[in-house]
Design a protein around this ligand. Structure first.
Ligand code: NDP
Length: 399
């Protein structure tokens, strides 16, 4: 069917590449391009020999001209941004200049402030419409599948959804005292930030990890979970009918939180530059360099993830509760694609979003969050491509 340019060669990109190669009918050709070309070549070496033709390239995705040159040379149908949130705008600029479709898994975040929101990317709506190209924002699991679940719930089970609780549990154990499951810098910026949720159209801010609940997750059991700020709250509050409150909870073990607290207290999670032996360094980036590479956690991680959404609302005047979730096994993922479940649950939806765009089912000029598309083909594809979901109409609710 076509060709995709995949930017990034880290944990998530590795899964995207594996999944595109499994789906060679759609992804006839892919180019893996990243800052460190040797990582792209290593991925190519793992997967070469299948039906998908793989090439690699070096690119600095902070540089719009380099990106434009690469896109003009490779002429992809879609650019999949699987690098970091800092590159979202430069890659969108290059897509505009070359009239190429765009997809990412995390919203833009300026490197100098730990703040993420959609405003910067939503500002591209008109330009993408006029150029006749589609941008799909946040097409990982959360954001991503959580938006598809929400659109599906709205389409099939509710007239109005009043409350959404997004629950993200990771019961995986990698055996290290402390490691993050995806890019440590992005991950630690997210969990050390203030928490927030939306209630009656307004953001309510909390201290980091201030709100804790215990939840009995299907197939995982009881876990402590904490309210975090998360990017899909912003778009779901606008795109789902009847919203009164949306919250996002993620599980963390005591051990993880204690390590994080110590690192924070000694200043290692700071993004303020400091001078060290005559050189300016950012403590969090230095910390990233000493922590285990998330891509190396795959072979060691045992256990499961459970990510899903609980909806409360009304249909035909009657109250409805609905919980839809996916359970993913770290070791099964490793067996299939050589990565743990966090990368897997992000990479599979990215491939599916790109596939639906290339097939024309999710193609509409403009900049969209996933819940603005028809959820049905995506829900079907989740079952087919490794992230089957389960549903119940009598879930345990979160108070
Ligand atoms: P990694 O750090 O493992 O990989 C990032 C990749 O991007 C690396 O290959 C890196 O290159 C490359 N890169 C960074 N900067 C540049 C640049 N300027 N030019 C070219 N390439 C660059 O991250 P992950 O794979 O864990 O995460 C990828 C994305 O997925 C992130 O945006 C993350 O926020 C998102 N994510 C989304 C989730 C969701 O559910 N929606 C969940 C988890 C992650 P190099 O090797 O040289 O450093």
């Amino acid at each position: 069917m076509g060709r995709a340019l995949i930017i990034g060669a880290g944990g998530v990109a590795s899964v995207v590449v594996h999944k595109c190669c499994q789906n060679s009918e759609v992804f006839e050709e892919i180019c893996i391009a990243s800052r460190t070309k040797s990582k792209c070549d290593a991925l190519k070496a793992k997967l070469d020999g299948g039906k998908t033709k793989i090439t690699t390239a070096q690119v600095d995705a902070d540089n719009v001209d380099e990106l434009i040159a690469l896109i003009n040379d490779y002429k992809p149908d879609i650019v999949m941004n699987i690098a970091l949130p800092y590159q979202d705008l430069t890659i969108m600029d290059a897509c505009l200049a070359t009239k190429t479709h765009y997809l990412d898994t995390a919203n833009y975040e300026p490197p100098e402030t730990a703040k993420f929101e959609y405003s910067w990317q939503w500002a591209y709506r008109k330009k993408f419409e006029e150029a006749g190209i589609t941008a799909i924002l946040g097409c990982g699991f959360d954001p991503g599948v959580t938006g598809v679940f929400s659109a599906y719930a709205q389409k099939h089970y509710f007239d109005e959804i009043h409350y959404i609780d997004i629950l993200d549990a990771n019961a995986g154990d990698h055996g290290y005292p402390f490691a993050t499951n995806f890019n440590p810098e992005i991950n630690i910026r997210e969990v050390t930030a203030k928490g927030s949720y939306i209630e009656n159209g307004k953001w309510v801010e909390t201290e980091p990890m201030e709100i804790k609940r215990v939840y009995n997750f299907p197939e995982i059991g009881e876990k402590d979970m904490y309210l975090l700020h998360h990017e899909e709250l912003e778009s779901l509050a606008l795109n789902i009918n009847g919203i009164k409150r949306i919250r996002f909870f993620m599980t963390f073990s005591e051990k993880y939180l204690t390590h994080l607290k110590v690192l924070e207290n000694v200043g290692m999670t700071s993004i303020e530059p400091i001078m060290y032996e005559g050189k300016e360094i950012i403590p969090l980036q230095f910390l990233k360099a000493v922590l285990p590479d998330p891509a190396s956690l795959g072979p060691r991680t045992k256990g499961k993830t459970n990510i899903g959404c609980i909806y409360q609302g009304i249909k035909d005047g009657k109250p409805v509760n609905y919980y839809v979730y996916n359970v993913c096994d770290h070791q099964e993922c490793y067996k299939e694609v050589g990565s743990q479940a966090i990368s897997y649950t992000t990479g599979v939806p990215a491939m599916i979003g790109a596939m639906l765009l290339m097939k024309g089912e999710w193609k509409k000029p403009g900049v969209y969050n996933v819940e603005e598309f028809n959820p049905d083909p995506f829900m079907e594809a989740l079952n087919k491509w490794g992230l089957p979901w389960k549903e119940t109409f009598s879930p345990e609710l979160v108070d």
